[in-house]
Design a protein around this ligand. Structure first.
Ligand code: MG
Length: 395
């Protein structure tokens, strides 16, 4: 199977390897093993209770970070298999790509980044790497999950030059302006395709978006017409799903064809040639890219910045900042385990080290655990803390 992969794919036998020497699995390739370590990590399980766009407790039907990651993996695997590159590696990167997300989605990250401004900031992408490299403490012989270079390369999607300088080999591509391998490029676009489509689904279901208004977006309108012509009397749930599955298919098919043409013109002869060829090889055609970007913009203006979503985001920011300040002032509020880790590992006068440990702790929380902590620390119910529940504010 591995031998059938394209020359420019990531070949497990030629991996740049792991940071710590590790034994080999008998029946699994290096990348299958990476994927399995990610699935068994506690950070992965916690994605189930972390917000994608809607707060986790708003309804059981909405995407969470976990279901989002699974959808990204589904799209990524389809593309990887069709393009004859490494499906296991693509899947591993897709499943891990959001491990570093804080509770409450992007609002949580923004708040934690502000709290951490004087201490080096907070960025969820870098946090994903911290989790797989350091924070998961499960194995006897090494910290983190000891993943291969290629999986870590794919997880680290963006990085500032100053942070890149601290990451050795992994950070080099941001300094040299190189690209990651094909599998990482696929995972990156699979993420965008997944959220563009499932956020429409969730937005329509929540009543924040309207399917007639969405027809302003060409990609939606094209498929709306096809579905309506074929089945004039579909109920809303079926209409929504039939349109969305066609949009995903349309964009994915286009991406596979366009990328195959790109690769054919560049003809990389190995993964390193993909990294240094100076351009992304995984691309949509110009017309589809334009429609995809228009949808993305539409969602930003009409969903992510919707009054109801913003209100919950503001509450979320308040919770994260409150928790950060409370733990900084009084580390006695942290778990015993964390307090002893602090006592043993850092000089408590080293505010930067202390802040980083607290940021790691907060970033690892699920939405509902963060709510529980607010109640425990303030002695007030969540409702009282906000003088009215989030649900009431939404009405
Ligand atoms: Mg994502």
């Amino acid at each position: 199977m591995v031998n059938d992969l394209a020359v420019y794919a990531a070949h497990a036998d030629n991996s740049k390897g792991r940071v710590y020497l590790d034994d080999e699995a008998v029946y699994r390739s290096q990348y299958q093993r990476d994927r399995d370590r990610i699935i068994h990590s506690s950070a992965f399980r916690r994605l189930e209770y972390k917000t994608q766009v809607f707060l986790n407790h708003e309804g059981d039907m909405f995407r969470t970070r976990l279901t989002h990651s699974i959808e990204v993996a589904q799209i990524g695997r389809t593309i990887a298999r069709a393009m004859n590159v490494n499906e296991d590696l693509t899947e591993a990167i897709c499943l891990a790509h959001d491990l570093g997300h804080t509770p409450f989605g992007h609002a949580g990250q923004d708040a934690l980044n502000i709290c951490m401004r004087e201490y080096g900031g907070f960025e969820h992408n870098l946090q994903s790497i911290r989790i797989v490299d350091k924070l998961e403490a499960r194995y006897a012989s090494f910290p983190g999950l000891n993943l291969t270079f290629e999986t870590r390369e794919g997880i680290l999607k963006h990085c500032s030059r100053s942070n890149a300088a601290t990451l050795g080999e992994l950070g080099k591509r941001f300094i040299n302006n190189d690209k990651p391998g094909i599998e990482a490029q696929i995972a990156n676009i699979a993420d965008e395709i997944a959220y563009n489509n499932h956020d429409i689904d969730d937005g329509l279901r929540a009543g924040l978006l309207d399917s007639e208004a969405l027809r302003d977006c060409e990609l939606f309108d094209v498929h709306y017409k096809i579905v309506r012509d074929k089945w004039p009397n579909l109920v809303a749930d079926q209409l929504r799903h039939e349109i969305i599955r066609r949009m995903i298919n349309n964009v994915v098919d286009d991406l596979i064809q366009t990328s195959a043409e790109m690769i054919n013109s560049v003809k990389p002869d190995a993964i390193d040639a993909v990294r240094t060829c100076g351009q992304s090889l995984i691309k949509m055609s110009q017309p589809i890219e334009t429609m995809h970007q228009a949808l993305k913009k539409y969602l930003r203006l009409n969903l992510y910045q919707h009054e109801r979503v913003k209100t919950t985001a503001d509450r979320a920011k308040e919770i994260i900042s409150y928790l950060f300040q409370a733990y900084m002032k009084n580390p006695g509020l942290l778990t015993n385990k964390l307090q002893s880790a602090m006592d043993n590992n850092i000089d408590l006068k080293d505010e930067t080290a202390k802040a980083r440990m607290i940021a790691d702790y907060i970033a690892g929380m699920t939405d509902r655990f963060a709510f529980t902590e607010i109640e425990r620390i303030t002695g007030k119910s969540q409702e009282k803390y906000f003088k009215g529940s989030i649900e009431n504010r939404l009405k």
